[in-house]
Design a protein around this ligand. Structure first.
Ligand code: AP5
Length: 219
């Protein structure tokens, strides 16, 4: 099963993906997380991606497509894609690659939300540099303020690209380059599952599960 999760920065893609993978037994493939681990490991790809990420611009398609095609193959084609595809070129390449492996996208989920709400979400986000768990200073507080619930004495950190000027650039990249991916999927005949993403985390999860289950039972 392949699920694509679309939505602007801070829409809650990562938060919802963690729940989707548990429910549907899939691998979570986040292009942002993979890029951050490449950077942390000091790989060539990480070095090439660094400048784009820090300024809130998209990393060039060629680098991303190669990275994600490899990750999908490793996952055996059963995955939730978070943050990929982000351009029409990436979406078309993903379709070709899946078709080459007699696979296809089962569901396209689009998290729909206003820029003003995502800005607040992103500026309040904190994450654990060890396990990667994500919190929010208001909506998803850790048990002990500033520390990871799982890794206990590990202080939470703010992502370097979660600064107001970089957030503006990330949102601009989303509107200029990524929002067109929804149109691409609609034209390609995929049913888009639109989810209003400004509600409570649990309610959004319930709606996503219901809509995905609806698709599978309708087949
Ligand atoms: P990436 O890491 O993918 O960042 P993003 O898309 O900007 O998404 P975020 O991780 O910021 O947000 P999210 O939607 O996952 O929200 P989250 O669940 O954390 O990409 C980073 C960079 O890498 C890009 O700028 C680009 O340079 C590069 N890149 C990555 N993929 C690429 C690609 N395909 N092509 C080219 N370049 C690429 O939630 C946010 C916060 O809100 C959290 O604190 C959470 O707790 C909270 N929250 C979540 N849901 C709710 C809710 N319902 N109510 C209240 N709070 C909530």
């Amino acid at each position: 099963m392949v699920i694509v999760l679309l939505g602007p920065p801070g829409a809650g893609k990562g938060t919802q993906c963690k729940r989707i993978i548990d429910k549907f037994k899939l691998k979570h493939l986040s292009s942002g997380d993979i890029l951050r681990s490449e950077r942390a490991a000091g790989t060539e790809l990480g070095k090439k991606a660094q400048g784009f990420m820090d300024s809130g611009k998209l990393v060039p398609d060629g680098l991303i497509i190669e990275m994600m095609v490899g990750a999908i193959a490793k996952a055996g084609g059963n995955c939730v894609l978070d943050g990929f595809p982000r351009t029409v070129v990436q979406a078309a390449e993903l379709d070709k690659e899946l078709a080459r492996n007699e696979n296809k996208i089962d569901a396209v989920v689009d998290l729909v939300i206003d820029d003003s709400i995502v800005e607040k979400r992103i500026t309040g986000r904190r994450s654990c540099p060890v396990c990667g768990d994500v919190y929010h200073i208001d909506s998803l507080k850790p048990k002990v303020e500033g520390f990871c619930d799982k890794c206990k004495d590990q202080p939470l950190v703010q992502r370097p690209d979660d600064k107001p000027d970089v957030i503006k650039q990330r949102l601009a990249a989303y509107h200029q380059q990524t929002s067109a991916v929804v149109g691409y999927y609609a034209q390609a005949g995929h049913k888009i599952l639109n989810i209003e993403a400004d509600g409570a985390i649990d309610d959004i999860t319930a709606e996503i599960f219901e809509k995905i289950n609806g698709l599978t039972t309708a087949r």
